[in-house]
Each structure stands twice: as C-alpha cells, then as structure tokens.
Design a binder for this molecule. Structure first.
Ligand SMILES: NC(=O)c1ccc[n+]([C@@H]2O[C@H](COP(=O)([O-])OP(=O)(O)OC[C@H]3O[C@@H](n4cnc5c(N)ncnc54)[C@H](O)[C@@H]3O)[C@@H](O)[C@H]2O)c1
Length: 326
C-alpha cells in the first residue's frame, strides 16, 4: 500500500496491464455523465498552449467528480506532424489526486486512457442516439480512434459489417485485418469516403482535427436513421450535411462555445442536448427510427477522470507500477 509520501507511477504498459475492460469504461462514463447532468462535476474549459505551427496543441484538462471520488488533471498533446516522424499523434500524462487531501496518488500515461474513453464517449452517445439494431459501421480514419471507437460500439451493438476508409490505404488494410480478427466482423476497405458513409447505421469520422474543415462529407450521404460520431470535430463534414441533423448533440455545450471563440465550429446546427442531459433523461435521445443523429464529443477532462480511479485501484490491488517518492 502507498505511504503518504509516495505516489504510484504507471507507464503505458502498466495502465494497459490493469486489464480494465471497455465495458467497464463505458459504464464509468455513463455514471460520470449522469453526475454531470445533476450538476455534480467541476470542469473548467481546457486551457491550452500551441507550440510550433499549425494545429499542434498541449491541453490542461482538470476535473473533479465527487460521486466517483475522482480529482485530477490530464496534460495531453496532439501533434499532427508526429506520425510521419514515427511518433504518436497523442501523448501525455495524467495526475490523479486524493480528493480529500489533494495529495497526488498517481501519475500515469494517458494515451491508452484517451483512446479508450473517447471510444466509450461515442458509445454512451450512441446508446441514446443510435438505433439499437445498428449493425453496419462506417469508419473514416483507421487509426487509434478508429480502433477504440469500433471496440466501444461493438460492446453495445450487434455489429456485423464495417466499412473502412483511410486516405492512406495501407492503414485501412491493416485495420481491416486486425479488426475482423479481433471482433469477428466483416471489414470492407472502401476506396471513397462516401462508401463508408452511405449504407452505414453508424459513422465515426476520426481523421485530423482542422480549424478549417476539409468538409468532404456532403448532404445526402448519411442515410436516414443513421448516427454519426464526430471524433474529429466538424472537420469531415460539410455544413449542409451537418444541417441535415434531426438531433445534434455534444458532450459539453460550454466547451463547444469555448472552441467556437477559438475559430472552430463556424457553421453547425443548434445543440439539442449534451451527454449529461441525455444520461439523466432531462432531454430525450432518439425518438424515431428515421432521425439522423449526431454526437460531436469534444473529449472532456471528466472522461479521463472517470477512468483514472478505476485504473489506480486495479493497479494497487494487482501490484502493478512503480512507487516513487513525492
Ligand atoms: N474528440 C475527442 O475526444 C478526441 C480524442 C482523441 C483524439 N481525437 C481526434 O481523433 C482524431 C484521430 O486521432 P488518432 O489518435 O486516431 O490518430 P491516428 O494518427 O492514430 O489516426 C488517424 C488516421 O486518419 C487517417 N487520415 C488522415 N486524414 C484522413 C482523411 N482525410 N480521411 C480518412 N483518413 C484520414 C490517417 O491516415 C490515420 O490512419 C484526431 O483528429 C484527434 O485529434 C478526438
């Protein structure tokens, strides 16, 4: 057990070794969003710095969720140029504090948590916004998020078929091999973005986030009754395609407004509800099978802080990680 003057360091491998399941992460996020809907989460909009040029960022993401005994902060970077240097796009660390004393209990790598919780947030939204019989998923951007979002949707939906598009075709092929074996679904690599959108019950766009969207997906591509998760914000969607939404939701409206002040989301539909309002039932999700529904989850500090205590408790009980002096 920890001494008062020690904290637990968990590497990326340590975090994964705790074996926390996607199903448990989805449940933790649903519980956290229920707390948020009740006004029980403290989470200021994330401040960030933008070193170098282009779309590089490093964000500070603090949150306190009393109901989950969770307090802490994630310090996470996204550098679009990293993959061509053989480095991950996303990297960072999370500090988990004792909510009663403020003392740091753990410092952990946050890349696995970021991937998993983002997929889980899509699944929480889909539980309220997608048709329960959704079985075909379109994935645009077959990277880390393309994988974790599929993993999460596979927990809640009877998936059979995946339509995979990546502008680097080798990435889509590697994805198809890996995902079909892992989840026992048919994965078809498609050559054009439209073929991953039309005909899908659920669509996840997970390419680069751009302040000026490339806006490839046009009005008329998304089927009636489909659900879309905009992991890469509105980058992939033409405004006319977004305005076909019957329900346009987000994870946190104040943070969406905050991004708008920074120049993102110049032309999006009105927000119907945030995930807290959907989780508590204050606002209804899908009410008919032919609605087009959208979740534009920005990725919140509370997502990470819903997961961190679960990782910490498992690591302590499994004796995973390295205790270090404070
Ligand atoms: N909303 C959130 O909570 C959240 C959280 C984490 C990451 N993200 C975002 O998700 C996106 C994906 O992150 P990742 O870690 O999976 O990155 P990644 O580098 O692992 O994967 C991105 C994939 O997209 C492909 N790609 C690039 N441009 C494309 C295009 N126009 N069409 C199709 N595919 C394209 C790349 O070839 C690559 O395979 C990033 O924009 C990231 O900022 C969002």
């Amino acid at each position: 057990m920890p001494e008062e003057s020690q904290f637990l360091y968990l590497s990326r491998d340590d975090v994964e070794a705790t074996g926390l399941s996607m199903a448990a992460i989805i449940d933790a996020l649903e519980a956290a969003f229920t707390e948020k809907g009740r006004g029980q989460v403290e989470m200021p909009p994330k401040p960030g710095i933008h070193p170098g040029h282009g779309d590089n960022f490093i964000h500070a993401m603090p949150a306190y969720i009393p109901g989950l005994q969770s307090a802490g902060i994630k310090w996470v970077s996204g550098y679009p140029g990293n993959p061509e240097k053989g480095l991950p796009y996303i990297s960072g660390l999370l500090i988990f504090n004792d909510a009663d004393t403020g003392i740091p209990l753990a410092v952990m790598d946050c890349t696995w948590i970021t991937a998993m919780r983002t997929g889980a947030a899509t699944a929480v939204a889909a539980r309220h916004l997608a048709r329960p019989d959704s079985s075909t998923v379109g994935i645009l951007g077959c990277g880390v998020q393309g994988r974790s979002n599929l993993e999460a949707l596979n927990v809640l939906f009877p998936l059979r078929r995946v339509l995979a598009y990546d502008n680097t075709p080798a990435n889509a092929r590697a994805y198809a091999d890996e995902m079909s074996e892992r989840f026992h679904v048919t994965v078809e690599v498609v050559d054009a973005p439209r073929d991953a959108v039309s005909g899908a019950d659920m669509v996840v766009t997970a390419g680069p986030i751009l302040k000026t969207p490339h806006a490839t997906i046009q009005a008329g591509w998304l089927d009636e009754g489909a659900f879309a998760s905009l992991v890469d914000f509105d980058s992939y969607w033409h405004p006319a395609a977004l305005h076909e939404a019957d329900l346009f939701c987000t994870d946190d409206t104040p943070q969406l407004r905050h991004y708008q002040t920074m120049g993102y989301f110049k032309d999006i539909p009105d927000v119907h509800a945030d995930l807290g309002e959907l989780a508590t039932g204050q606002k209804a999700g899908r009410t008919s099978p032919d609605q087009r529904t959208f979740a534009c989850n920005l990725g919140l500090a509370m997502d990470d802080m819903a997961v961190a205590p679960l990782i910490y408790r498992r690591a302590v009980s499994q004796k995973v990680g390295t205790w270090l002096p404070l």
